[in-house]
Design a protein around this ligand. Sequence first.
Ligand SMILES: Cc1cc2nc3c(=O)[nH]c(=O)nc-3n(C[C@H](O)[C@H](O)[C@H](O)COP(=O)(O)OP(=O)(O)OC[C@H]3O[C@@H](n4cnc5c(N)ncnc54)[C@H](O)[C@@H]3O)c2cc1C
Length: 428
Amino acid sequence: MKERSFWCDTVAPFSPAPRELPARVDVAVVGGGYTGLAAARELARRGAHVAVLEARTMGWGASSRNGGMVLTGLKAGAGQLVKRFGLETARALFCASLDAIAYVEQVVAEEGIACDFRRCGHIELAYKPGHFAGFVREAELLQTHFRHPVRLVDKAHLHEEIESDLYHGGLLDEASAGLNPAQYAVGLAAAAERAGAWLFEHTQVTHLARGAAGSGFDVTTTRGRLHADQVVIATNGYTTRLVPWLQRRVIPIGSYIIATAPLAPELARRLSPHRRMMFDSKNFLYYFRLSADNRMIFGGRAGFVPPNAETVRESAAILRRGLLEVYPQLKEVAIEYAWGGTLGFTFDLLPHAGATGDGLHYALGCGGHGVALLSYLGACVARRIAGQPVENPFFSLPFPTAPASLYNGNPWFLPLAGLYYRLLDAIG
Ligand SMILES: Cc1cc2nc3c(=O)[nH]c(=O)nc-3n(C[C@H](O)[C@H](O)[C@H](O)COP(=O)(O)OP(=O)(O)OC[C@H]3O[C@@H](n4cnc5c(N)ncnc54)[C@H](O)[C@@H]3O)c2cc1C
């Protein structure tokens, strides 16, 4: 079993043009994932001199390790959004997720990114009978108040979607898509560079300070220093003490994936006849899909802690048991890859974008919805820097941290949260 992202083996690594670090730029972008690369592409297209500063390689973070699900909605369901914000804001938040998918679709088409983007739809699967009752309410809300078409699939018809007896029905949304995440990341990096952005790998930003007389920022990196009029922080789950204000607001959570050997086409067709993006309704959810070469890509939050070699191995064993719970027919199929990555969660489970009190721009959060939403929010941040108006509810949401300063970026509570959610899954 290879302990690395399967997706990275499907694409040649991106090599930016070799350059010296410039002395000054209009905008420095910290982090070379979807957020940073989308922001850089948009800024460069508007004529800005942009440097993307990435500690490892372009797309190294969650952007080359995720499930490649380009999903409608947010981590919080439509019903929860209405309860918290009222119908109008909830609808605006949901519609932004649709705009985000359209944005990714447009970039992929405009830039000719070969990443297997397809509007294949997603289906959420009810792990318990009571969860399906929740789907019925959610479908009613989406159709009636959000004017967004979805379809309920009851247990009797579920085999039309998935050859598994585990689930109690599904909620189907045809607007979602799937893609190969590493191919998309590499394509976006190449597009940002074509647009004129300068990309720097192995360039970790170690310090940020306001420039002399308050103009711009002095950016210290492991490759030298530069001055930037504006800075975009695009570090999501990999956010560190570099910006303590953000670090107190982002919780890094590990998520893990295994990939089987390629399945025979006939078997793959039975397991997922419409090749949808699939995930279930547990707190410790499973998410799964087929790759272009018919591997079953099966992910989950086997533990909450960010990955290391030990947790990847442990998680691979846990996920294999999960895979066989869903698809016992895969008992003899080899697991060829296992890997993990770090997501950025926020205390209100919502994405956030804006600027800190010091004037640093950011977009992060999203949990497992960042493929579309963070590409889109990275682009929105860029448009705002370029002085364009952006109609977007994410920029005006209050951005909470833990009460009573209980969180300084060290997620000490994750094991407890893990136990709590496992308990909810057992009794809920
Ligand atoms: C296993 C897994 C499965 C997922 N599945 C899905 C899915 O199916 N659908 C979905 O929508 N979302 C999914 N997500 C979430 C999605 O991948 C992320 O939301 C998205 O990729 C975040 O993009 P980003 O550019 O903000 O951050 P990242 O891609 O994480 O990039 C942040 C980058 O910042 C760099 N960095 C950090 N600090 C510094 C510094 N000081 N200097 C320079 N560089 C720095 C890091 O090296 C890193 O490369 C998943 C995530 C994981 C981990």
